[in-house]
Design a protein around this ligand. Structure first.
Ligand code: ADP
Ligand code: MG
Length: 311
């Protein structure tokens, strides 16, 4: 679909650090996101894939402006071509930008879920919400229940409905499907596709890479708080020789259907990051340059990659 904006959301050089106190009560900065980039265009589903602790949920919080008070954010965030200032974040969240949070603890424990799903900032038509509940197989009486009366899977479907009822142009779905049956998960993803086809955009955070491959247009691979590769989903479907970063290739090879080959070593913890390329300690191709310098983002075969040796 044609749009006024080339990109709905543009993020460059994003960094997030937390002010922490160490054992000696000295204040330190814990860097958890660095040099992260992501572009989201109207009409597309962009999957964000990466193992636990790679910064996926923090990215969502940074976009919405809901990071904890001890967080410092750097870099550039633009929405519809304009800087995403804290004031704009307050105005946009829950209306133009909606979050499906990773934790069901986001539900207000003291409010019936029907009322919560009708919208806080601006009430949406009850009929629209009932339609969503029905589509997700939530029985009619669900609207009168409190969050503690729901199973995990029901709570998650309520959270998805709460975001989908808005007219948001950007939906950030942070691991929306765990606890759902396969049918329910597919229904949620089908709805994301419908919204994208209407010109909206979805950031689908997931570590269910198969689901991402099935529904996303592009995939961004995160590692230790940075974007290592962004590629068309088609490249992931075709195989590792079509990917650009050694970590994306390794992720592909670690999928059950591709032989389940594990990647040696561990993702480094924030506070203990290597210098240079964050993947260098695990990378079979690492050279002195990789240990000294952060690789810049380069465009190769239509994708973006941060690796000195990518071809
Ligand atoms: P993901 O969603 O990819 O699993 P997160 O974005 O939640 O990862 O977290 C990325 C990193 O930031 C993790 O190492 C996590 O421990 C750290 N982190 C998250 N929130 C905080 C916080 N409030 N204070 C300090 N560190 C945090
Ligand atoms: Mg997370």
């Amino acid at each position: 679909m044609e749009s006024k904006y080339d990109s709905l959301l543009e993020i460059h050089d994003l960094s997030v650090s937390f002010k922490m106190y160490d054992k000696a009560l000295e204040q330190t900065d814990l860097q958890v996101i660095s040099d992260l980039h992501l572009t989201v265009r109207p009409g597309e589903i962009v999957a964000v894939a990466g193992s636990s602790g790679s910064g996926k949920s923090l990215l969502a919080s940074a976009i919405l402006g809901i990071l904890p008070g001890n967080a410092t954010v750097g870099g550039h965030l633009h929405y519809k071509g304009l800087e995403l200032t804290p004031e704009r974040q307050i105005n946009l969240r829950g209306t133009e930008i909606a979050l499906i949070p990773q934790s069901v603890a986001y539900l207000d424990p003291l409010m019936k879920v029907g009322k919560q799903a009708d919208g806080h900032k601006k009430p949406y038509p009850t009929e629209k919400r009932r339609g969503l509940f029905k589509r997700f197989g939530l029985p009619e009486k669900t609207e009168n229940l409190y969050p503690f009366q729901l199973s995990g899977g029901m709570a998650r479907r309520v959270l998805v409905s709460t975001a989908l009822i808005t007219d948001a142009e950007l939906i950030i779905a942070d691991e929306p499907t765990p606890g759902m049956s396969l049918d329910q998960a597919l229904e949620a993803l089908k709805m994301f596709r419908e919204l994208a086809n209407e010109g909206k955009a979805i950031i689908l955070i997931t570590h269910d890479i198969d689901l991402a491959f099935e529904f996303a247009d592009r995939v961004a691979v995160f590692y230790a708080g940075t974007t290592v590769e962004v590629a068309d989903t088609e490249d992931f479907r075709r195989g590792p020789e079509y990917l650009r970063h050694p970590y994306s290739k390794a992720l592909w090879n670690a999928l059950p259907q591709n032989g389940f080959k594990p990647i040696d070593g561990f993702q480094p913890y924030a506070g203990n990051l290597p210098t240079g390329c964050l993947f260098n300690p695990r990378c079979p191709y690492a050279t002195v340059e990789c240990r000294m310098k952060t690789p810049p983002v380069t465009r190769i075969r239509g994708g973006e990659v941060r690796c000195f040796h990518a071809t």
